[in-house]
Design a binder for this molecule. Structure first.
Ligand SMILES: [Zn+2]
Length: 368
């Protein structure tokens, strides 16, 4: 039985692992990239995960005795998924995550209904801040997945922006992003890609989708500047700023769309994507993201002075410079604040080795 590639989360840490899977008489076998058998899931233990936002099928297994982990496997290969479905019952998961999700959906529906009433009294921005924490992570991921093609199209026009895929560059980025993700403790999996565009920009969608434009990597003076921007964007993910912005700009359409679970192609998604590109987050949100980025660098690699230096080196007159730089006059103040946060605290390892930095700079030599 030929195998296929899949993505595995062990349910203990949020790290995404590339694995190979294949079907065997005794169950679904999961192999590490170096060909070692990691585990086998008996077919009877396999459950489908409800509401998976990506392509294909997401599954988990009933817990093994004495284990609290809820592992997760994402299978994009449709044919393999069909073969698996012929052998495994694939009933829906009744696990903790599913129960939590159902409870959150109920809470969220109540909050959304209350918001419609409250709207008339306190206005949308205030509501966005209050309801965003109640939105289930799975729902936020679905929104991000729906916004992803919108964003690529709005920047790319006739030819939507492509992802840069030169393997060494992808590996260098995955190493950095993986370290930051483990240190960040996010509610959603982190999905960082470089987009092939000369703009000096980076942004975070709801649901863990982070984009760095190639122009920013080419303009940066070293890996710390890129790492600092990445850490900052992960801060926006952590505090769900993209989700808040989407709730604000998508308005009632978005609120109703989330209740009924139908995002893709909706007007609200188009509006939310446009707003995320065109308007800046609030000053408080930017400060929060800066502080989070500094913390990540100190914990997981990089020098925060890189993030600070970014404001002076990249902010001035770069084509399509980050809106959060150009729209805030207080860059010098922000730079000082970052240096102040980092002062006297121990530095961790460099963000990237010189070889990784060279590889990252060449990441767009291949795209898809
Ligand atoms: Zn920002």
């Amino acid at each position: 039985m030929p195998g296929t590639a899949a993505v595995y989360y062990d349910g203990l840490v949020s790290r995404r692992q590339a694995v190979e899977i294949s079907l065997h008489p005794e169950g679904l076998a999961i192999f590490t990239p170096d060909g070692r058998l990691a585990t086998t899931w008996p077919y009877a233990a396999i459950r489908r995960i409800e509401g998976f936002a990506g392509e294909g099928l997401a599954i988990t297994r009933t817990p093994e005795p004495g284990s609290a982990a809820e592992p997760r496997l994402e299978i994009a290969d449709q044919r393999f998924a069909a073969d698996l479905a012929a052998r495994a019952p694939l009933t829906l998961t009744q696990g903790m995550a599913a129960r939590r999700e159902r409870r959150n959906v109920v809470l969220w529906a109540i909050a959304a209904a209350a918001s419609l009433v409250g709207l008339a009294y306190i206005g949308l921005p205030a509501i966005a801040g209050r309801v965003a924490p109640l939105v289930p992570a799975g729902m936020e991921e679905r929104l991000g997945a729906a916004m992803d093609p919108q964003i690529r199209q709005q920047f790319g026009g006739a030819t939507p922006l492509k992802t840069c895929t030169n393997p060494e560059g992808v590996a260098a980025l995955a190493d950095l992003a993986g370290r930051y993700e483990r240190a960040a403790g996010l509610h959603v999996p982190l999905r960082v890609v470089v987009l092939d565009h000369r703009m000096v920009n980076a942004f975070a969608l709801p649901g863990g989708y982070v984009y760095v434009m190639n122009g920013l990597i080419q303009r940066a003076r070293g890996p710390d500047e890129v790492a600092g921007v990445l850490g900052h964007e992960i801060g926006h993910v952590r505090y769900r700023h993209g989700l808040q912005s989407a709730i604000q700009s998508g308005g009632l359409g978005f609120l109703l769309g989330t209740v009924f679970g139908d995002f893709a192609g909706g007007t609200a998604v188009v509006l939310a994507s446009r707003a995320l590109i065109q308007s800046a987050f609030s000053r408080d949100a930017e400060r929060q993201a800066d502080a989070f980025g500094v913390d990540l660098m100190l914990k997981a690699g990089g020098n925060p002075e890189g993030l600070a230096g970014f404001f002076t080196s990249l902010g001035a007159g770069a084509p399509g410079a980050l809106s959060w730089i150009t729209s805030h006059p207080a860059n010098a103040e922000r730079e000082r604040a970052i240096l102040e946060m980092a002062r006297g605290r121990a530095r961790s390892a460099p963000a990237l080795t010189p070889e990784q930095w060279t590889a990252l700079r060449a990441i767009c030599q291949k795209t898809e």
